[in-house]
Design a protein around this ligand. Structure first.
Ligand code: URA
Ligand code: ZN
Length: 382
């Protein structure tokens, strides 16, 4: 296969896969998350992963979204990259990762998936057939296993040369990312300099959107456009308020979807903390955050550029404190064109357009967001 070569690296740090072993796992289930395999030949299976996907008023063949080979095939990933001039992808397992596994199977499943990702990246990067395309990965963690198993997998991932961090959701061990039980995990992530790609999955309760019937009228729009970013915003705000960044000043997160609404709301969070009587020094009941939200944004947080518009991207760059902390992504294979998947994807082009629009005259800034930052932060060898 021939690949286009760019004069500078274009790195996609937000690009998912469900490896075949994970597809098999979801296909063996009948409750969310699961894959429904239709009995009619030639019909794509359905991916039913969000609680709102499993709408009992519809046949299973119409629930969720179609899941085709773009979700699991490395050849499809490379084809998509070539179409969009992407020279390197840092692949991550898509939501809901391993959150739903029973404790006993979580560690072996994480190890199998992480080893599969490492092998696929190694094979790709040493194959002359794929010259011009590089693959790396974010590993997954067995978060339903014991803390000891989670920590051991964090350490083991450091021995896999193509794994450049981990992806995880916002529930942590089940009680959110401000759970004190996560301190051991954060300590391991910080001491191994493991970047955490934080990604939403659960959104908001259906009631926030008027209930399942209202949600169903516009499909995935409310859960994905609003539920996902607010979930991320709430998760990071809870971490911040509970002092995670004070106790673990070295921990580093890459936030999906440009940090949800965090760039827009950071000033409001800062102001509410400053005016909160619970946190008043010498007389307040609780220890408030010791560092300002801006300092945390500038030293513990990177943002992706998956926000599809200039105002959001500008806010992300401003909140991150520098163009050096924002990185291009696509969210492939989600948001494909509804008609012809061989064409350039609107979802990718609108993210690229926002980068161009923010820096019409500054080629260096564009190159940083498109790939330079990812190469530096993740230590990618291209
Ligand atoms: N929908 C999902 O379920 N996950 C994504 O990452 C994007 C869209
Ligand atoms: Zn995503």
């Amino acid at each position: 296969m021939a690949y286009s070569t760019a004069s500078h690296p274009v790195v996609d740090i937000h690009t998912h896969m469900y490896p075949p072993s994970y597809i098999k796992l979801l296909s063996s289930r009948t409750t969310v998350p699961y894959i429904h395999q239709p009995s009619t030949a030639g019909t794509d299976p359905r991916l039913i992963i969000l609680a709102s996907d499993d709408d009992a008023s519809r046949p299973k063949s119409a629930r969720g979204r179609p899941v085709d080979s773009t979700y699991s095939s490395f050849d499809e990933k490379r084809r998509f990259m070539t179409t969009h001039g992407i020279t390197c992808s840092v692949i991550s397992l898509a939501n809901p990762w391993l959150d739903f596994l029973d404790p006993a199977s979580a560690l072996p499943t994480a190890q199998e998936i992480n080893d599969d990702l490492e092998r696929a990246c190694a094979e790709n990067n040493t194959s002359s057939a794929h010259a011009g395309i590089k693959l790396y990965a974010f590993g997954c963690l067995p978060l339903s296993a014991s803390a000891k198993d989670i920590v051991s997998e964090i350490h083991r991932l450091k021995s896999l040369p193509h794994v450049k961090g981990v992806i995880m959701g916002t529930t942590g061990l089940g009680n959110g990312l401000d759970d004190p039980a996560l301190d051991e995990i954060y300590a391991a992530l910080a001491s191994t300099s493991t970047l955490v790609f934080l990604h939403p999955h659960y959104g908001l309760p259906d009631s926030a959107f008027g209930g399942p019937e209202v949600i169903a009228k516009s499909g995935h729009v409310l859960p994905l456009a609003l539920g996902f970013p607010l979930e991320t915003t709430i998760a990071v705000s809870r971490m911040y308020l509970s002092g995670v960044f004070d106790r673990h000043p070295q921990v580093e997160f890459l936030l999906a979807h440009s940090g949800g609404t965090l760039p827009f709301l950071a000033g409001r969070i800062e102001s509410c903390v400053a005016h909160e009587r619970e946190f008043v020094a010498n007389g307040g009941y609780k220890q408030g955050p010791q560092r300002s939200i801006w300092e945390v944004l500038h030293s513990n947080i990177y943002l992706d550029a998956v926000i599809y518009g200039q105002p959001g991207l500008k806010a992300a760059i401003e909140a991150a404190g520098s163009v050096d902390r924002v990185m291009f992504g696509t969210d492939h294979p989600f948001f494909p064109p509804l008609e012809n998947e061989d064409e350039k994807w609107l979802s990718v082009e609108s993210n690229k357009g926002a980068i161009d629009g923010c820096y019409p005259q500054d080629a260096e800034a564009k190159k940083k967001i498109l790939g330079g930052n990812a190469v530096r932060v993740l230590g990618l060898e291209l």
